[in-house]
Ligand binder design. Sequence first.
Ligand code: ADP
Length: 304
Amino acid sequence: MLIVTLRMLDPISQLGELAGTVQVNADAIGRVRDLLAVPPLPEPITPAEPAGTGIELRGVRFGYDGGPAVLDGIDATIPAGSFTAVVGPSGAGKSTLLKLLGRFFDVTEGTIRIGDRDVRELGSTGVSRLTAQVFQDVYLFEGTIADNLRMAAPDATDADLDRVARIARLDEVVERLPQGWHTRVGEAGSTLSGGEKQRVSIARALLKDAPIVLLDEATAALDPANEAAIADAIAELARDRTVIVVAHRLSTVVAADRILVLDQGRITEHGNHESLLAAGGTYARFWHERLRARGWQLTSEGTS
Ligand code: ADP
C-alpha cells in the first residue's frame, strides 16, 4: 500500500500543475478567439496607387464600435514632407486620429486620403506600406532585439541595423547589453525600460523607411538621456518624411512646422508655434501651463 501510495503522489501533483497550465492556455485561446471574431476591414479588389504622400482629412467622424463620436468633424491638410504635431487634453482623440491614419479602423463618416487616394481604396496593405508607426505602448515580441527590428525589413543587413541604431541612439543600449543585438527582450519587452523600448520602435520605423511616420510620444516621464535620444531620433525621422506626432514634449511641439490643437474630437486651432502663441487661445494656455509645470523641479537641496 505504502509503495502504491508513494507512486501515486507524483502523478497527482503533476496533474495539479497541469491544471494551472490548462487554465493559462484556455485564457490565451479565449483571447485569440476574441481577436479572430473581429470583422476584418473591407479590402479593395485592386488597390489604388497613391500619388504622393500628402494627407487630407475631410469631415472625419469616428466613434468606437458605433459609440459616441470620438472625432467629430475633422478637416485638415498635411502636406507631404511636413512635420505636424497634434496637441490637446487627454481624451481629445489624438491617438484615435493616428490610428485612423494608419487604417486600424475606418472612419464612420468623411474621408481620409493619402496621396490623393481614399485609404479604403489603398487597402490595409497599401496603407501599411506607406506608414511606419511608433506607438506609446511599444510592443516588442519575444525574440532578440535584432529580430524585433527585422520585422520591419526582413532582408536588412547587420550594417543596416547598425545604421538605424546609431540614428535612434539604440547603439548605446545594444552595447550595454551582455549579448548585444542577440539579447532576448523578453515577452512584451519586459527587460527594457520604456524609453529604450521607444528607441527600438523608432529604429524599427527608420529601418522600414516608409514615407509617412505616425508617432505617439511617450507621456511617461523619461530620464534626460532617453529624452534627448528620442528628440534627436524624431528630428532625424522628420528630415525627409511626412511625420505626424502626438506630442507631449515641448521641444517636439516647437520643432513642428504645423500644430493641430485637438479638443473634444475637433480641431480648434492650427498654425505654427509663434502664431498660436500670439493668438492667445487654448494653445497659448496649454503652453504656459506646461512651462509653469516644468518650472517645478526637485533640487538636491530640496530633497536633502
Ligand atoms: P487622447 O490620445 O487624446 O488622449 P484617445 O484618442 O486615446 O485620446 O481617446 C479618445 C476617446 O476615445 C476617449 O474617451 C477614450 O476613452 C476613447 N477610446 C480610446 N480608445 C478606445 C477603444 N479602443 N475603445 C473604445 N473607446 C476608446
